[in-house]
Design a protein around this ligand. Sequence first.
Ligand code: CAO
Length: 482
Amino acid sequence: MATRKKAKAKSATKTKVKAKSKAASKKVVKLKSKRPAAKAAGNGLPKPSSKPYGQAGKALDGVKILDFTHVQSGPTCTQLLAYMGADCIKVERPGVGDITRGQLRDVKGADSLYFTMLNGNKRSITIDSKHPKSKEILERLIKHCDVLVENFAPGALDRMGLTWDYIHKTNPRMIVASVKGFGPGPYEDCKVYENVAQCTGGAASTTGFREGPPLVTGAQIGDSGTGLHLAFGICAALYQRNRTGRGQKVFAAMQDGVLNLARVKLRDQQRLAHGPLTEFSQYGEGVPFGKAVPRAGNDSGGGQPGWILKCKGWETDPDAYIYFITQAPVWEAICDLIGKPEWKTDPDYAKPPARLPRLKSIFATIEEWTMTKTKFEVMDLCNAVDIPVGPILSMKEIAEEKSLRDTGTVVEVDHPTRGKYLTVGNPVKMSDSPTEVTRSPLLGEHTEEILTKVLGYSGKEVEEIKGSGAITPPQKPEAAAA
Ligand code: CAO
């Protein structure tokens, strides 16, 4: 019975579809003469732009971000979106601003590099979000923007009155994107900084040398890494909104972000159940494995063994080292280059499994060769025969590297109070959405511009708002008395 019902319904639908498609095909024929081909193709996309690449606007042109971020994780996310063309309106506390403006200051009276390098391409408005008058300003901002991004401590946004229910009611199209330290669970209410995330996301326990304590890494995988994850989620939510018409919550926990980047270590944890991790030098040294993935020093995390080796000058230059990968397909080239041609046929060295128990002595032999050359000479000689190696580049060398300047990965920006500084441009290059990096805003630099040009307040209203104290720093007691 049910099957027959289904069949009936199916045939009814078929008839409807047929009728519809008949009507539609009639319509298409009618439109064909008037409409461009892309429309007629029915893929929903506009006709391909005839403008040259790079001159058809930016990827996120028209996207408006209400940026409630501070410190590093959130600002990384919104800076990337701004690099892609989004209009990023950063809300800061009057007189104070993002705490990083004053942290690790190198130039007296100027915003720190910590702040300037994470807040380029944005506009700054100061609003005391807890002031009664600010409710109306924030409401206008919420109605105007597409995405609210925040990385306050858990509960802080709600305490400002900006709950999901309120935001969603005010602007159902608004995407609300948050970074927090942890997802739901025992630690969900905790404040979290970079290294807390590295330690709880599996990075620290697997970084460092076996004999030493856990180590954090210099790359900000907890902060910038999670900002990057959040930016990805926001772009996907914007895309989905094109179909659904509604916003959604986008949430990235720093612990999850770090774990995602440490995924190969969770892989190794499961492999441990089936025997020792043979690519770890610990295996060759005969040191038994414990219950959890150990720290692997400079062992390669993949299937091609590698290690960091000294190069000429290592006695005085802390960065005169190179990462050397004994990639199996180029093993014979390695043997020739380091003067060990006999290893090509020696059964103890010729095949990768035979090499695994003796990696330590193999790398010691290769190091005897690398120590006779500078890291750049090793790089040139190895790459000439397709051996993958990586010189340890210091931050000084990276800052001065011409090719990174040429590609816009390292950019020099001018700033009114601190002068010229270097920042990292967009690490993602897009052929039709070029990035122009602009300096970070001064605190509240765009407050009036945003109130009048974006939110439509009159000059008189702006003066009233100023007088209310909603966008100005609270008066010091002495000043108030004077
Ligand atoms: N007007 C008025 N008040 C404002 C304001 C504004 N424009 N902007 C922020 N505030 C208030 C907040 O409302 C909050 O007040 P309450 O706690 O009284 O409600 C207060 O400033 C402090 O916010 P916070 O708790 O987020 O800041 P913190 O310095 O104490 O903590 C941090 C910083 C990073 C630990 C915390 O924000 C956090 O855990 N964030 C989530 C995880 C994260 O992103 N960590 C990465 C940080 S980068 O290393």
